[in-house]
Design a protein around this ligand. Structure first.
Ligand code: NAD
Length: 507
């Protein structure tokens, strides 16, 4: 495991960083690889009192950082991007080994971190506000964006590097500090990322800007959400987590940026290019072993295309090479842990009980040799009615529900009937159907694509979803505004004091 030593991962590692590495006084825990169930390394968690230090150091660093001109802040982020480029291979391998996604996707995840760093560097020269015409003579009005403070970033296991980078790179150029509470299922990636990025900031004493506090929800995550020194909590994970976090942060009138679960569908009409649809469904449903927030979970296929698309999908699923994610021939690695395997089994049983027919897959696979102890399954396709209760839920596993629809009207009704609203796609050659899908009466999701799948977003666009997905937007476009506070200023350059709305007061 050369990549571990290359990244400075030891047998026992502190996961508490406040500019320097702290002892890690919380209960220690192990990080296991889903590839073979083996312990990779031990992690010494942050304790509640260490979190206190991490928070106050991040806040102190913020008070200095906010005075550094934004393009200079961008210069630090540019250097972070360069170091990430240099370490892309070992980091990609660590992601792959710690969470089980195939190496190609592990590398892709680090590329996403590099891309968002590049984006943030450009952004550091474009944090623009507005000027607005004033109704009063000899007055001018403007909006300015200012740094916010320390941002608490809580992340899920399935994107153990990129989600932090999406938040951190933008927050840093916006003048904020970031304190990261990663998933306890992927702490080593967080430690490696923090080491790399903190080194760039350390030269000028800014390392506390990238605090790390990996520990239990009780000691770390919940106290962070309760703490008013975090004006913004950006939380990525299940809808259940988002509801809990949203309520705690709202109770202190803080801000939340929530990126929660999806239940994403591809609509495939009869006139679609089925070769393209097939490849998109395969990548969307099987990629990352169905453990992406944007995974394709529902295929709403029009009657005339259903039999053929099902036939091609079954043939393609049969060819999916399942096994060691670090091997280049593998298309699907393991699920994250034993619980995930059980949840998949329970969902399949529920689908059967609710009238679903399992067309393929779903079996648990016991691999031998180096992969013994890994959490492998066969991806499943289930033909089912859309009103089956299980179809409403996000099961974080490779289960694709195939639902036959009569026409676009029915597709849209069913499509929008689930609680989640993250990503969606339509395959059609009919421009009218495509435009309708994208219109106000079309998809109700934060992401709506035409002739490409639900997963694999670029960082240039705003990323996030509606309804139970939480409403947050991260990454590109104007998502940076979430990491800043807006100030409206009116300047009177005359020598009288006219009031707005023409009010006369005592004159
Ligand atoms: P999870 O909800 O179990 O945990 C996510 C994070 O939240 C962890 O760090 C966890 O410790 C923390 N957490 C849990 N309860 C908390 C609480 N009460 N207060 C504060 N923090 C708490 O999710 P997971 O299993 O790690 O990840 C899978 C889920 O994440 C899926 O639902 C997936 O769709 C979602 N996800 C969404 C996006 C997105 O951008 N929309 C991206 C990745 C993953």
């Amino acid at each position: 495991m050369d990549f571990l030593s290359e990244l400075g991962i030891q047998d026992s590692n502190s996961a508490a960083f406040c500019g320097t590495w702290m002892p890690g006084e919380g209960a220690p825990f192990d990080s296991f690889s889903p590839v073979n169930g083996k312990r990779i390394a031990t992690v010494r968690a942050a304790s509640r009192s260490e979190l206190e230090t991490i928070t106050s150091k991040a806040h102190e660093a913020f008070l200095r950082w906010r005075e550094v001109p934004a393009p200079r802040r961008g210069e630090y982020v540019r250097r972070m991007g360069e170091v990430l480029r240099a370490k892309k291979e070992p980091l990609g391998r660590l992601v792959s080994y710690e969470v089980g996604k195939i190496l190609e996707e592990g590398r892709g995840e680090i590329q996403e971190c590099i891309d968002i760093a590049d984006f943030a560097v450009g952004l550091s020269r474009q944090l623009y506000g507005l000027t607005i015409a004033s109704e009063r003579p000899q007055h001018s009005m403007r909006e300015t964006w200012h740094p916010l403070g320390a941002v608490g970033v809580i992340t899920a296991f399935n994107f153990p590097a990129a989600v932090w980078a999406w938040n951190a790179m933008l927050a840093l150029v916006c003048g904020d500090a970031v304190v990261w509470k990663p998933s306890e299922k992927a702490p080593l990636t967080a430690i490696a990322m923090t080491k790399i990025c903190a080194e760039v900031l350390a030269e000028d004493g800014f390392a506390p800007l990238v605090g790390l506090a990996c520990g239990s929800n009780e000691d770390v995550a919940i106290p962070m959400t309760e703490d008013a020194r975090y004006p913004l909590i950006s939380a990525t994970g299940s809808t259940r987590m988002g509801r809990a976090v949203g309520q705690v942060v709202a109770a202190r009138l803080g801000r939340c940026l929530l990126e929660l679960g999806g239940n994403n569908a591809i609509v495939c009409l009869e006139d679609a290019d089925l070769d393209m649809a097939l490849r998109a469904v395969l990548f969307g449903a099987v990629g990352t072993a169905g453990q992406r927030c944007t995974t394709t979970r529902r295929l709403l296929v029009q009657k005339g295309a259903r039999v053929e698309l099902e036939r091609r999908l079954l043939a393609a699923y049969d060819q999916v090479a399942i096994g060691d994610p670090l091997e280049s021939s593998t298309l699907m690695g393991p699920l994250i842990d034993h619980d995930a395997v059980e949840q998949m089994q329970r969902a399949l049983q529920a689908a059967r009980d609710q009238g679903g027919e399992i067309l393929c897959g779903g079996d648990v696979i016991e691999l031998s040799g180096d992969l013994a102890g890994g959490h492998y399954v066969k991806p499943a396709i289930v033909r089912i009615r859309h009103d089956a209760e299980i179809v409403q839920h996000e099961t974080f596993a490779p289960i694709l529900y195939v639902i036959e629809i009569a026409d676009l009207d029915e597709a849209m009704r069913l499509h929008n009937s689930v609680p989640q609203g993250l990503s969606s796609a339509i395959f059609t050659a009919d421009v009218r159907a495509a435009e309708r899908f994208l219109s106000a009466i079309g998809s109700d999701c934060g992401i709506a694509n035409v002739n490409l799948g639900t997963s694999g977003a670029e960082i240039g666009g705003a990323f996030g979803g509606e309804k139970d997905t939480g409403g947050g937007r991260e990454s590109g476009s104007d998502s940076w505004k979430a990491y800043m506070r807006r100030q409206t200023s009116t300047i009177n350059w005359g020598s009288t004091l006219p009031l707005a709305q023409g009010i006369h007061f005592g004159d």
